[in-house]
Ligand binder design. Structure first.
Ligand code: ZN
Ligand code: ZN
Length: 286
């Protein structure tokens, strides 16, 4: 709880209101915002050791408003309420528990640094509980002389290859970088002649989550969002619901489907190289 509070108290964060006037005092609170799909609800919920306050902004009819956002609309109200409740708080802030300790981590991955990790910072951790995976944000890869293809041990040629260090970027981060035109050194495409290519690097379905039950309001004809990422050599992905073709979409573009009845749904996503990922979900109406 202390760690969560510590994170939610930080002022450098993506959901800080943009249009805040400079003279607004930010109360010492932990808070978190939320904005629902279609911008129907703007939430901001905050607490200190004495009060918990929740702010909701929206239309009672449920109609969405483009400007509605938890950070921009609900948080300024939340700050005002806390400043009115107790402008200068004398309450004790939460204290760290005894089992909390400090360690160095790699600032790029949050994991235990290895020799390659140049930027290290000190952070809290829970001994024996926090993950203790070593950072792998640099990985050695075999490439051809031109560094245009990469090889695995199975397809490595006898000569003419070299070993090069590449930054490992998670699939989800890859699509974020591509979407925002952030450049990074990409690992070259894997040797297309490799027998492993067709088994690996299938699209990753980010949403929905496998083996999860989704509860939908039947009246509102709610839809489920379909999100996936695919590897560098892919342009388009194809979605299927219960083996029925839903459509072809540009890589990284989200789509939706509306379940018409309750029960199990098989969701699958293929890329233009024929690789495929699938999962099952359950839908229940209320
Ligand atoms: Zn690292
Ligand atoms: Zn290979």
């Amino acid at each position: 709880a202390f760690l969560t509070t510590d994170i939610l108290t930080k002022l450098t964060r993506p959901d800080m209101p943009n249009n805040m006037e400079n003279n607004v005092n930010i109360p010492k609170i932990a808070w978190k915002t939320g904005t629902s799909y279609g911008r129907r609800d703007a939430w901001s919920i905050g607490y200190n050791s004495k009060y918990t306050v929740g702010v909701w902004v929206g239309n009672f009819s449920g109609e969405g408003v483009p400007e509605l956002s938890g950070a921009e609309m609900a948080t300024p109200l939340l700050f005002k309420i806390f400043n009115t409740l107790q402008y200068k708080t004398t309450e004790q802030w939460f204290s760290a528990t005894d089992d909390l300790d400090f360690r160095y981590i790699c600032s790029e991955s949050g994991q235990i640094p290895n020799a390659e990790c140049k930027h290290q910072v000190i952070d809290y951790y829970l001994p024996k509980k926090s993950p203790n995976k070593r950072c792998e944000h640099y990985k050695y890869t075999y490439t051809n002389a031109e560094e245009s293809l990469s090889f695995c041990t199975r397809c490595l040629p006898e000569n003419g290859y070299k070993k090069k260090k590449y930054k490992h970027v998670d699939q989800e981060l890859v699509s974020y970088y591509d979407l925002h035109n952030i450049t990074y050194v990409k690992r070259p495409k894997h040797n297309p002649g490799c027998e492993r290519v067709f088994k690996e690097n299938a699209p990753t379905i980010i949403f929905p989550e496998k083996n999860t039950e989704y509860v939908l309001f039947k009246q509102e004809k709610q839809k489920i969002i379909l999100k996936s990422t695919a590897s560098n050599d892919v342009d388009n992905v194809y979605w299927f619901v219960n083996n029925k073709f839903l459509g072809k979409f540009k890589k990284g573009k989200d789509t939706f489907f509306r379940p018409e009845k309750e029960g199990e749904y098989k969701i699958s996503c293929s890329d233009d190289k024929g690789r495929n990922s699938k999962l099952k979900i359950k839908v229940r109406f209320i």
